[in-house]
Design a protein around this ligand. Structure first.
Ligand code: AMP
Length: 246
């Protein structure tokens, strides 16, 4: 039995069984990570998931996985989503919400969950609130990571991602042990199309326009916890744990 998290059921949805031995918990962690592209949400999600044994549920991962499907397997909606993603634009809410509804089983997980990259707009957040209420599930907190824009752009341009397992590295702050190879699975590291300079610009604009209003939405719901994302991932992680303990 896989003692680590099993994200296959999230990535593939229909037909994929989860092998996570989800131990029922009195208070399963149910968290959302917010923050601009490049703020380091993915790295914090990995660290939190390893500690809490919950799954990192990333909508970006689902779209990236869909890229490797052959054209006949891709629905028109997925093709539209991939087109948006390539240029750094947000995928339309309806497509994202369909994908989330197909994966409600992951939200019900008795071990909890960690949403990374969803919700990204207020309508997505409202739909999630409704879905969780229908399922009688309660969010624990929304962690909002913050960092100045200039540092964000530097982080994104140096980011390298494993083509196979999606692990994230950085040319200077988190280099792999072997150049261009993933430390975890040996897969080839590359720069995501949406980490190219033009796409980064579009993504930042999308963040300011669509995702920043979420901060107010979750503050109003009393769930927002703001964390500085300056410094090494380990320091940011310590701040995260301190916030969660509090
Ligand atoms: P990420 O890996 O979270 O940065 O997502 C990569 C890309 O996938 C984004 O730039 C969007 O094009 C798309 N995407 C992922 N999640 C969402 C979402 N919740 N809403 C809209 N677009 C999304």
């Amino acid at each position: 039995m896989n003692e680590k998290n099993d994200r296959a059921a999230w990535i593939k949805a229909r037909g994929a069984r989860c092998s996570l031995p989800a131990k029922p918990r009195a208070f399963p962690p149910r968290l959302i990570l917010l923050g601009a592209p490049g703020v380091g949400k993915g790295t914090q999600a990995e660290l939190l998931c390893a500690e809490m044994r919950v799954c990192q549920l990333s909508t970006g991962d689902v779209f990236r996985a869909a890229k490797s499907l052959c054209p006949a397997e891709r629905s028109p909606a997925i093709n539209e989503a991939l087109g948006c993603m390539e240029c750094g634009e947000l995928v339309p809410d309806e497509i994202v919400l369909t994908l989330i509804r197909e994966r409600t089983h992951c939200l019900r997980c008795r071990g909890g969950f960690l949403l990374d990259g969803f919700p990204r707009t207020v309508p997505q957040a409202e739909a999630l609130t409704e879905l969780l209420a229908q399922e009688h599930l309660r969010l624990e907190a929304v962690l909002n990571y913050t960092l100045p824009l200039a540092i964000l752009v530097r982080r994104l341009s140096g980011r390298r991602t494993c083509a196979d397992c999606q692990a994230v590295f950085h040319v200077s702050s988190r280099p792999p042990h072997v150049a261009d190879r993933c430390d975890h699975c040996g897969g080839k590291l590359g720069q995501r199309a949406d980490d190219q300079p033009e796409a980064v610009h579009v993504r930042m604009a999308a963040y300011v326009h669509s995702t920043k209003p979420l901060i107010e939405y979750y503050a109003d719901h009393g769930l927002l916890r703001t964390i500085s994302a300056e410094g090494e991932p380990e320091r940011i992680y310590e701040r995260t744990l301190a916030i969660l303990d509090a």
